[in-house]
Design a protein around this ligand. Structure first.
Ligand code: GLY
Ligand code: MN
Ligand code: MN
Length: 435
């Protein structure tokens, strides 16, 4: 792995801090049941600054005239490595990952008070992990106890995430390359799912096709729990049971993306189980597709964060009126949010190391303007539950179409364009798979 981007990010953070100490621990391992663990996933902030994937590791950055980056990590241990896997150990981790110093993590509590003493500020994500908070507070109190020796504890604690979030909002080349790979693998998985879907198959069989494609292509994990929702299940936004039978004549909504070296793709496609859209299904589908196209046009530098959402809502509201789902004028449907009966979520979110990635959506009181290098999803939908005043032809149709957009100098690049979404493309792919 190329360590240069991680060293560069640490240098940038140190320069922004100007003074003080940052402490960034990685995520703890979590018990799933008795002595079995959940698959390990590092903390996104820690990973962004280190590239180091082992648990039980802490980054300390000391800013100032002579900035230093220090890693605390597990020591080599033959017995543990025979049972649980390889470890870098501080010596090798320092060389490979380019830290100025590295120490055994068992020495962290003893060394922290000296690292904090006489520093003007501590940059730390207080409140994220109560166990680690206790270690930080104990270290601070130790320094405070040395006041008569002339030592001072940091007078202020800043949330280190604020500084790193600002960096994470604009992806560097290394990140964009990983996001392209996650997107490409996820697109292949969606094509595979479309080819595999058929009446009477189970939702989990299609989920298995997605997971198979992720893993065989080298993605470490799904970026989030896949949603594989046939028929009425598509109207449950976070449906994850994935255990129902697919019926002829229903749509199948799949929201799934993989994670590559920490970076997520997030794609939704909706297509007919039998390979052909019915008239009402096509009407709703084309409406959502048109809303997405309108939103994507707004993804360009300088556009405020909410412009794609507002564009999608206008198209959807007008379409809902045209289909007989809503009455009245489009302006009234928007003003009174009548469209929310069928479109109750927003049109996107930042995407990166976290599927709902870090970064504020507003700057002071205004929606954040988009900048080249930002990555966001564009994911309008329409979910029609049976109900009074709803034409029966549309009951239980749920459609979402979600792509990942990288803001470029001119507009945006859709990283997930290889997953078919035009009606003709989807029907052709499914017909070819059956032939
Ligand atoms: N898959 C989560 C989302 O679309 O936001
Ligand atoms: Mn999303
Ligand atoms: Mn999604």
């Amino acid at each position: 792995m190329d360590m240069h981007p991680f060293a560069h990010r640490r240098a940038r953070l140190l320069a922004t801090m100007q003074a003080g100490v940052a402490v960034v621990p990685t995520a703890p391992e979590r018990i799933r049941n008795r002595d079995a663990h959940y698959p390990y996933r590092f903390d996104s902030y820690f990973h962004y600054l280190t590239g180091f994937a082992e648990p039980e590791a802490v980054l300390v950055l000391v800013a100032g005239a002579e900035p230093r980056s220090i890693l605390f990590c597990r020591e080599r241990n033959e017995e543990m490595e025979i049972w649980n896997g390889r470890r870098h150990g501080p010596e090798r981790a320092r060389e490979v990952f380019g830290f100025d110093e590295a120490h055994p993590v068992s020495e962290l509590d003893a060394k922290l008070p000296d690292l904090l003493a006489n520093q003007p500020a501590l940059h730390y994500a207080l409140g994220h992990d109560a166990d680690f908070d206790a270690r930080i507070l104990a270290a601070l109190n130790q320094v405070r106890g040395r006041v008569r020796t002339g030592q001072r504890a940091p007078a202020v604690i800043h949330d280190v995430r604020a500084l790193v979030d600002a960096m994470r909002l604009v992806k560097d080349e290394h990140e964009v390359a990983l996001m392209r790979r996650a997107a490409a693998i996820s697109c292949a998985a969606h094509r595979r799912a479309m080819a595999a879907a058929a009446p009477q198959r189970m939702e989990y069989e299609i989920e298995a096709e997605l997971l198979h494609e992720f893993r065989r292509a080298g993605a470490q994990a799904p970026a989030y729990t896949p949603i594989v929702a046939g028929g009425a299940n598509a109207c449950i936004l976070h449906y994850v049971e994935n255990d129902a039978r697919l019926e002829a004549g229903d749509l199948l909504l799949i929201d799934a993306g993989c994670e590559v070296d920490g970076y997520a793709a997030d794609i939704t496609r909706t297509f007919p189980v039998s390979g052909r859209f019915s008239g009402p299904q096509r009407d709703v589908y084309e409406l959502v597709l048109a809303a997405q196209a309108a939103a994507i046009t707004e993804v360009r530098p300088g556009s405020p964060w909410d412009a794609p959402h507002n564009a999608a809502v206008r198209v959807l509201a007008q379409g809902m009126i045209d289909l007989g789902l809503l009455e009245g004028s489009v302006d009234a449907a928007i003003e009174y949010q009548a469209y929310r009966r069928f479109y109750m979520h927003r049109t996107g979110h930042w995407l990166g190391l976290d599927v709902h990635d870090a970064g504020d959506y507003k700057v002071a009181e205004a929606w954040r303007p988009l900048l080249p290098g930002m990555v966001l999803t564009v994911e309008p939908g329409c979910y029609i539950r049976p109900g009074e005043g709803v034409p029966e032809a549309f009951w239980n149709i749920g459609v979402r179409i979600e792509d990942d957009a990288l803001v470029t100098a001119q507009g945006c690049e859709i990283l997930t364009a290889a997953a078919p979404k035009q009606v003709a493309e989807i029907e052709a792919l499914m017909a070819a798979a059956r032939a």
